[in-house]
Design a protein around this ligand. Structure first.
Ligand SMILES: *Cc1c(COP(=O)(O)O)cnc(C)c1O
Length: 217
C-alpha cells in the first residue's frame, strides 16, 4: 500500500471505531519502520522468537500483539512487554500468563480465542468449554491478567454466508460472556477479520482487525 492509501484505510477503520493491528509476521524491520513512520503503532506477530527480535530492535512505543498459537513455555519471553495476547486458547495457558505477569509486576491484557471453524488449523476454546469452566470466581483468581474480549478466525472460504455466520457466532459469544461473566468496562474487544474478510467481520461487529497481506503486498 502507498502511504495515502494506508492513511485513508486506517482513517476509515477509525471512523467505524475499529482498531487496526498491522500483522507484520515475515516482514522486515524496514517494512515495519515505514508503517511506523506513517503513524502506525500496533503490530501483530505470530511467533515468539520473531516477535522478541523485532521488539528489541524497533521503537519502544510500539504496541506488540501476539496473535499466533502460544506455547506455555514461551510466555516468559514476551511477558515483560506484550501489549495484548489475542490467542489464549486454554486455561492452562491463562494460568501461565498470569504467573509470568505477576513475576514482571504487571497486568497482561488478553483475549480468549474461540474456535469458530471446524478447520483443524484453527485453535481456540469451544463455546461449551468456555461457559462450563468460566465463572466470576475463577476469573477473578487471575489477578494479573485482564481479559478484554474475544478473538476468532473464520474459515478460509469463498462462501460469504459461512464467514458471516462464524463472525456472528463470535459476536454472540462475546455478548453472552459480557452479560454473564465479564461485566467490567474492560471487556470490549472482538478481534476478527483479516485481509480477505475484514469487511464482513466489521459488518458483524468486529472492533479490531488483524491485517497483513493487504497492506504489505
Ligand atoms: C497472518 C495472520 C493474520 C493476517 O492475515 P492476512 O491475510 O495477511 O491479513 C491475521 N490473524 C492471524 C492470527 C494471522 O496469523
Amino acid at each position: 500500500m502507498k502511504q495515502q492509501t494506508f492513511l485513508s484505510f486506517k482513517k476509515n477503520l477509525k471512523n467505524q471505531r475499529v482498531t487496526l493491528v498491522v500483522v507484520s509476521k515475515k516482514r522486515t524491520l524496514s517494512q515495519i519502520k515505514q508503517l511506523y513512520s506513517w503513524g502506525q503503532k500496533i503490530f501483530g506477530e505470530n511467533r515468539v522468537q520473531e516477535l522478541c527480535l523485532k521488539q528489541s530492535q524497533l521503537p519502544s512505543d510500539i504496541e506488540w500483539h501476539m496473535i499466533g498459537t502460544l506455547q506455555k513455555n514461551k510466555v516468559k519471553y514476551i511477558a515483560p512487554f506484550i501489549s495484548l495476547i489475542h490467542s489464549v486458547d486454554s486455561f492452562r495457558l491463562l494460568e501461565e500468563i498470569n504467573k509470568q505477569a505477576e513475576k514482571n509486576n504487571r497486568v497482561i491484557p488478553c483475549l480468549l480465542q474461540v474456535k469458530l471453524s471446524p478447520e483443524k488449523s484453527k485453535h481456540g476454546f469451544e463455546e461449551k468449554e468456555l461457559f462450563s469452566h468460566l465463572c466470576k470466581e475463577n476469573v477473578s483468581a487471575f489477578a494479573s491478567v485482564s481479559i478484554q474480549g474475544v478473538m476468532g478466525m473464520a474459515s478460509f472460504s469463498d462462501d460469504e454466508h459461512v464467514i458471516k455466520a462464524e463472525c456472528a457466532q463470535l459476536k454472540n459469544i462475546f455478548e453472552k460472556l459480557k452479560k454473564k461473566i465479564f461485566k467490567s468496562s474492560n471487556f470490549t474487544s472482538i478481534s476478527m477479520g483479516m485481509s480477505g474478510d475484514y469487511r464482513l467481520a466489521i459488518e458483524e461487529g468486529s472492533t479490531m482487525v488483524r491485517i497483513g497481506s493487504l497492506i504489505f503486498e
